[in-house]
Design a protein around this ligand. Structure first.
Ligand SMILES: Cc1ncc(COP(=O)(O)O)c(C=O)c1O
Length: 395
C-alpha cells in the first residue's frame, strides 16, 4: 500500500542518530545549537529555536507576541487544529477567515473583511507547502498593528518570489515569526519536532527561555540580587525561574537526525516537485478532477510540496469519497482527507459558537478534497500506479 506520506530514513540518518546515542549528551547538548544554526542559515533568519513539536512552537509564538485573553487570532480553517489551538492555549479567541479557492490558503481580502478590533495576530498557514500571499497578509495585519505568524509546517525549505527575487519561508520580511514541523509525514523529519524562526532578538530569547521552564542561567540576567541570605550565594548550581515555562525542548537525538535530514532536504524537495509535475501532467485532462492551483505561478519552482491534494467531483463519477478511497485502497493506493475545516470541529462549535457556512470556500474545498501519495521514495512506477488508479475511478 502506498501511504499518502512517508518519512525517508537513510543509513546516514541512522548513523547520525547512533553517533548522538554514543555521545555524552542526549538532550540540551551541542547538536541542538548546531541544528538551529544550520536551519537559521538555510532559511536566512537571525534566530532559529528548536522545540519538541510545531504545536509547541506555535504556543510559544503566542506567548512571545503577548497574546492573551482579550485578543483574537485569525487563522485559516483549512489546517490542522494546532494552528488555531495555540490561540486557545493562551486564552485568546481563535477565529477563522475564508480561503482563496485557487491556493486554498487564507484569502487576504477575506481577512480584511473578518477583521475585528481585538484581532492581535494572524496565523497564516501555507497549505500543502504553497506559500500564502504573505505581503498582502502582512499589509492588512501591520496596518492594524497585528503580529504575523506564518505556519510553514508544510513548507520546510520552500520559498516564494517577490520583487524579482526568491525569499525562503522563514527568511522573508512579511512574517514576524515562522514555524516549521518535522513530524514524519513532513518534508524532513526529526521523529517529532518543530522550529520557530524570527529576526526579533527579544522574542527569540523569550522562546528559548519558555521552552525550558522559563529558567534563566545567565548571571547577567539574575533578578534576586537583594532577595536575602538564602539566594545571596550564586554558585554554579544557581538558576532563576523568571516566567512560567514548559518542557518543550528538542533532544540531541532528534537534532542529530535533523542535521542529517537537512543534508537531504534539497533532494527531497526536488523529488516531490517531480512527482507533482508527473501527477499534474496526467490529471489535467480529467474533467472531474482539479489539480492543485497556483495563485502565483512565479512560485512554481520554489514550492516545497508537502501534500498533493486534488479536488474531485464525486457526483460526476457516481461514487462517495469513502467509496473512492476504498477503491484506491484495493489498488494499493492510500489517500487522506486534509483538512476538515477547524471551525466545524465539535470543540470549536461548542466553545465559540461557530457554525457551518462561516467559511464556505473552505467547506466546499473539504467536500471535494483528496490527498494522494507524495513522498521522496515514491518511484515513477509507484506514481504511475497512483495515476492509473485515479484515472480508472470514472471507468
Ligand atoms: C499546518 C500545520 N500546523 C501545525 C501542525 C502541528 O505540527 P506538530 O505535529 O509538529 O506539532 C501541523 C501538523 O500536522 C500542521 O500540518
Amino acid at each position: 500500500m502506498l501511504p499518502y506520506g512517508h518519512q525517508s530514513i537513510s543509513d546516514a540518518d541512522i548513523a547520525a542518530v547512533c553517533e548522538v546515542l554514543r555521545s555524552d549528551f542526549l538532550t540540551s547538548g551541542p547538536r541542538v545549537e548546531e541544528f538551529e544554526r544550520h536551519f537559521a542559515a538555510l532559511v536566512g533568519a537571525k534566530h532559529a529555536v528548536a522545540v519538541n513539536s510545531a504545536t509547541s512552537a506555535l504556543h510559544l509564538a503566542m506567548c512571545a507576541a503577548d497574546i492573551g485573553p482579550d485578543d483574537r487570532v485569525i487563522t485559516s480553517p483549512n489546517t490542522f487544529v494546532a494552528s488555531a489551538n495555540c490561540a486557545a492555549f493562551v486564552g485568546a479567541t481563535p477565529d477563522f477567515c475564508d480561503i482563496d479557492p485557487v491556493s486554498y490558503n487564507l484569502d487576504p481580502a477575506a481577512l480584511k473583511k473578518s477583521w475585528q478590533s481585538d484581532t492581535k495576530a494572524i496565523v497564516a498557514v501555507d497549505y500543502a507547502g504553497q506559500p500564502c500571499d504573505m505581503s498582502a497578509i502582512a499589509q492588512v495585519a501591520r496596518e492594524r498593528g497585528a503580529v504575523v505568524i506564518e505556519d510553514a509546517c508544510h513548507g520546510v525549505g520552500g520559498g516564494l518570489m517577490h520583487g524579482g527575487r526568491v525569499w525562503k519561508l522563514g527568511g522573508h520580511p512579511w512574517a514576524d515569526m515562522t514555524v516549521f514541523s518535522f513530524h514524519p509525514v513532513k518534508t524532513m523529519t526529526t521523529g517529532e519536532g518543530g522550529m520557530l524562526v524570527t529576526d526579533n532578538d527579544l522574542w527569540a530569547e523569550q522562546v528559548r527561555c519558555l521552552r525550558s521552564h522559563g529558567i534563566v542561567r545567565d548571571a547577567a540576567q539574575f533578578e534576586s540580587s537583594d532577595s536575602g541570605p538564602l539566594t545571596s550565594e550564586k554558585g554554579p548550581w544557581y538558576y532563576e525561574m523568571h516566567s512560567l515555562g514548559y518542557n518543550y525542548r528538542m533532544t540531541d537525538i532528534q537534532c542529530g537526525l535533523g542535521l542529517a535530514q537537512l543534508n537531504r532536504l534539497e533532494a527531497f524537495i526536488a523529488r516531490r516537485r517531480e512527482i507533482v509535475a508527473r501527477y499534474n501532467g496526467a490529471f489535467e485532462r480529467l474533467p472531474w478532477l482539479t489539480t492543485p492551483g497556483l495563485r502565483h505561478p512565479a512560485n512554481r519552482d520554489h514550492i516545497s510540496w508537502h501534500l498533493y491534494t486534488v479536488q474531485m467531483d464525486f457526483r460526476t463519477i457516481g461514487k462517495t469519497r469513502t467509496e473512492v478511497m476504498a477503491q484506491l485502497r484495493q489498488m494499493g493506493v492510500g489517500s487522506q482527507v486534509l483538512y476538515i475545516p477547524v471551525h466545524v470541529q465539535p470543540w470549536y462549535r461548542k466553545t465559540y459558537g461557530y457554525v457551518l457556512g462561516k467559511c464556505p470556500v473552505a467547506e466546499d474545498f473539504y467536500e471535494r478534497a483528496l490527498s494522494l501519495p507524495l513522498y521522496p521514495a515514491l518511484s515513477d512506477s509507484d506514481a504511475d500506479r497512483v495515476i492509473d488508479a485515479v484515472c480508472s475511478l470514472n471507468d
